[in-house]
Ligand binder design. Structure first.
Ligand SMILES: Nc1ncnc2c1ncn2[C@@H]1O[C@H](COP(=O)(O)OP(=O)(O)OP(=O)(O)O)[C@@H](O)[C@H]1O
Length: 375
């Protein structure tokens, strides 16, 4: 005989909650998941009445569930939010184009306004082209830096007060692990991944699903019949995060609370107070938040534009200084920086309309490039 739901005591249980081990029926699971998200929003004071919130919408399960929940909870509890969908098109054929189609379907169903910004518009480089220059490694470094800025730029254009992302408890735990494994003191101090998503950006961020287990998000999407895109990014298998993810899965299998515990540890970490942290300033080139004279995106772009894609990653300070002083690099130095044998023509510019600009919202306003934006 199937187990009975431990919450209502009447309906047959439809699942065992990965987070708590409780046997629940569909209705009680949905209610518990929604209530926990609401409590996380209230306890974390994530939103204020009247705020415009741009939901980072990638078309994947997490942000699809987030967009659905924020709309539902806003109506149910009267948060008084203006919700918008914001997507970044990184230019990854066979991955982002398909997931953006899922975002558009969500837009039609939900009626929320959608705005799409693309790497090609903002930086003149799609991820596919960057990957052709860079090879299979380090693509996530470029993509992560560019996406963080692209979300900020999109949110500023939309007049958003805040960005909400679909980062879940597993993402947070993986980030805590990764920061430890890399000895990344800066990020450990900022909350080891438990703090605001991309907390160093120009627009405040929050992660309303940060206590939600990935497995439960999948269950929620399934029971609600939500339509999302679920293929992994073609460049992700090479990412270091994959090792942290595999380790976390092993830990979770042995002890399900490991996911929540790691997130909790990340929040509670305290470091020596005499550690020197880089001061926050603004990028001399584009005005974005930076702790160095140039922000990370401008450093990466400089390498790409010079045909030396590895200039902005790794320890190439000496070669960067050499270039800055106008000294030529040797063939061997150019090779170390990933110089291509032959120059590739720049990518064709994409008309904004084709990328899903919400004309009603934006009229004829043009997106500005990374070098002339004021933050
Ligand atoms: N291209 C994008 N456009 C807009 N937001 C994005 C994009 N990529 C990621 N995000 C935001 O960052 C969050 C975490 O992104 P990540 O790459 O870890 O994907 P994920 O964990 O697979 O999430 P999802 O299931 O929503 O794709 C997403 O939930 C979303 O809110």
């Amino acid at each position: 005989m199937p187990a009975t739901c431990s919450a209502c005591g009447t309906s047959p249980a439809a699942l065992r909650r990965p987070k708590t081990g409780h046997a629940l029926c569909r209705a009680c699971f949905l209610a518990a998941f929604e209530e926990e998200t609401h409590q996380a929003i209230v306890a974390g004071r994530l939103f204020r009445p009247g705020e415009t919130v741009a939901i980072g919408a990638s078309g994947g399960k997490d942000s699809t569930v987030l967009a659905h929940l924020l709309q539902l909870l806003d109506q149910r509890h009267g948060y008084g939010l203006r919700l918008l969908l914001l997507s970044v098109d990184e230019g990854i054929a066979g991955y982002r184009d398909a997931s953006l189609a899922a975002v558009r379907r969500h837009q039609h169903r939900s009626g929320l306004p959608l705005h799409v910004v693309s790497y090609r518009q903002l930086y003149g480089w799609s991820m596919d082209r960057i990957a052709r220059h860079l090879g299979p490694r380090n693509n996530c470094t470029f993509c992560g830096v560019f996406r963080r800025q692209a979300l900020d730029r999109g949110a500023l254009l939309m007049g958003a007060d805040k960005i909400a992302t679909g980062h879940n408890a597993d993402d947070v735990a993986e980030t805590v692990l990764m920061n430890f494994l890399r000895g990344d003191v800066g990020r450990l101090r900022r909350g080891a991944g438990a703090g605001p998503a991309g907390g160093e950006g120009a627009v405040p961020r929050c992660k309303p699903l940060r206590h939600a287990y990935e497995k439960e998000i999948v269950l929620y999407a399934y029971f609600q019949g939500l339509d999302y895109f679920s293929t992994e990014c073609v460049y992700a298998p090479q990412a270091y995060r994959g090792y942290a993810r595999a380790l976390l899965k092993e830990l979770e299998a042995a002890r399900p609370s490991a996911v929540a515990d790691l997130g909790h540890s990340g929040e509670r970490l305290s470091l020596r107070s005499d550690l020197r942290m880089p001061a926050r300033g603004t990028c001399q080139r584009c005005g974005y938040v930076a702790s160095q004279p140039l922000c990370k995106a401008c450093v990466l772009l400089e390498g790409l534009d010079r045909g030396l894609p590895k200039l902005g990653i790794g320890k190439h300070r000496r070669l960067r200084d050499k270039l800055q002083d106008g000294q030529p690099l040797t063939q061997e130095e150019r090779r170390r920086l990933g110089a291509l044998a032959e120059e590739e023509p720049p990518e064709e510019q994409v008309p904004l309309g084709e990328l899903g600009r919400d004309e009603e919202l934006w009229g004829k306003q043009e997106l500005r490039g990374p070098r002339d934006l004021d933050f």
